[in-house]
Design a protein around this ligand. Structure first.
Ligand SMILES: [Zn+2]
Length: 404
């Protein structure tokens, strides 16, 4: 969108609605992302709504289609200019919902018990409203470094929005805060997620004579043995006391094979997940698995496929000494910690930004019926975001001390 239009709107000085109205509007627009086509929605209307609020505030807004994903868009909204600055990032999509288990309409923001209920209130449409509210105070201020509001597509499913941004090399800034629900505590690390599929193809035959076939299930039995051995080796080698589960995990999640007791099993398929610690490389883990199971398949003359079920999320870690970590720790009074869920942080980090996860609400309230944002989180969140903007975009961001 043209700079001229942005300036004209900025003169008009229209301000977006209040926080509650913004959240109600975002929640009312379904933007579920899912690998199941019957659930998957476009996020276009959410992105357009954000653009409609941000442009009149003086933000230069770009809406970027996610390549290969019709109906999916990322939004980059920039206030001010320069090479540094602060990104406040959120995802526009939500998970699917179970209608029958909600006490109220998931798409209608509902007030109850000092909470706002609705799909996406805490994970994480609510964050956009709070970031925009915080930004309102800075629209007339000359910024030394830009403030960028980033809205991504498909975080809950493929993470392809963040992947596309990392590939395109945008946005560029010095710091990024992802507003996932962490109870406003800074988070500087999480494990990665890998989901893998292993298939063995053999040959069926009468069970009375094993030489009539090649048993895929027996091959899988051996492969599982190797996977569990590898798991033990990794858990001996890698430990991180910052996590509740201090070791990398490997879970055997699902297995299918064979059809009848008296037939040699011709086909067996295993799905497993791996949660690597920061410092573990996903491609090296895949190679290590391959090195162990390929010989098993070969010696049994079994066909083999080993492939990821999705591209995976790399583990993420920002140094405890990073400026953003120090500032957020001082602002919140909490030392930075780890979480058990994955985020888009690895891709923002890949763009060269110091990245941290911190937002209102709690992850226990996400991905389930009656998702809510506790009202006690609202004002502190706006306050913290305002002070981050002040520190990184208005004051000299190189100043070590945070102004109180
Ligand atoms: Zn989320």
């Amino acid at each position: 969108m043209s700079g001229e239009k942005v300036r004209a709107n900025a003169v008009a000085g229209a301000q977006p609605p209040g926080i509650r109205d913004m959240i109600a509007s975002l929640v009312s627009q379904p933007s579920i992302s899912s690998a199941s086509p019957e659930w998957d929605h476009s996020n276009e209307s959410v992105v357009q709504t954000l653009a409609h609020w941000l442009e009149p505030m003086g933000f230069a807004v770009e809406i970027l289609p996610v390549p290969g994903m019709p109906g999916k868009y990322n939004l980059i909204a920039t206030l001010g200019s320069g090479s540094g600055g602060l990104v406040l990032s959120g995802h526009t999509d939500t998970v699917p919902y179970d209608d029958k288990r909600w006490q109220s309409d998931p798409f209608k923001l509902t007030d109850r018990d000092d909470r706002w209920y609705g799909l996406g209130t805490c994970d994480m449409k609510g964050f956009f409203a709070l970031a925009i509210e915080a930004a309102k105070a800075f629209t007339g201020t000359p910024l030394k470094q830009p403030l960028i509001i980033l809205a991504t597509a498909d975080e809950e499913s493929s993470m392809n929005g963040a992947r596309a941004l990392a590939e395109s090399g945008r946005p560029k800034a010095r710091y990024a805060v992802i507003g996932e629900p962490t109870g406003l505590k800074p988070v500087r690390m999480h494990k990665g997620i890998m989901m893998e599929r292993l298939v063995f193809d053999g040959q069926s035959g009468h069970s009375s004579d094993p030489s009539l076939g090649r048993n895929a299930m027996e091959g899988m039995h051996a492969a599982i043995g190797e996977l569990l051995t590898l798991r033990g080796e990794w858990q001996n080698r890698y430990q991180n006391p910052n996590f509740d589960v201090q070791v990398p995990t490997l879970n055997l999640g699902c297995i299918h094979g064979g059809d009848n007791p008296n037939r040699i099993c011709a086909n067996c398929e295993l799905h497993f997940d791996l949660r690597p610690l920061p410092g573990m490389q996903m491609d090296e883990l895949r190679q290590a698995i391959l090195d162990r199971i390929q010989p098993l398949a070969r010696e049994r003359n079994l066909g083999m496929r080993f492939e990821p079920l999705f591209d995976g999320v790399p583990p993420f870690e920002t140094s405890p000494d990073a400026a953003l970590v120090k500032v957020c720790e001082r602002l919140t009074g909490h030392s930075a910690q780890s979480v058990a869920f994955a985020t888009e942080a690895p891709w923002l980090q890949k763009l060269g930004m110091e990245t941290l996860v911190m937002g209102p609400g709690h992850i226990d309230q996400a991905h389930q019926p009656d998702e809510y944002l506790d009202l006690s989180q609202v004002k502190p969140a706006v306050d913290i975001l305002s002070r981050l903007i002040q520190h990184f975009c208005v004051d000299d961001a190189s100043a070590a001390e945070l102004k109180s």
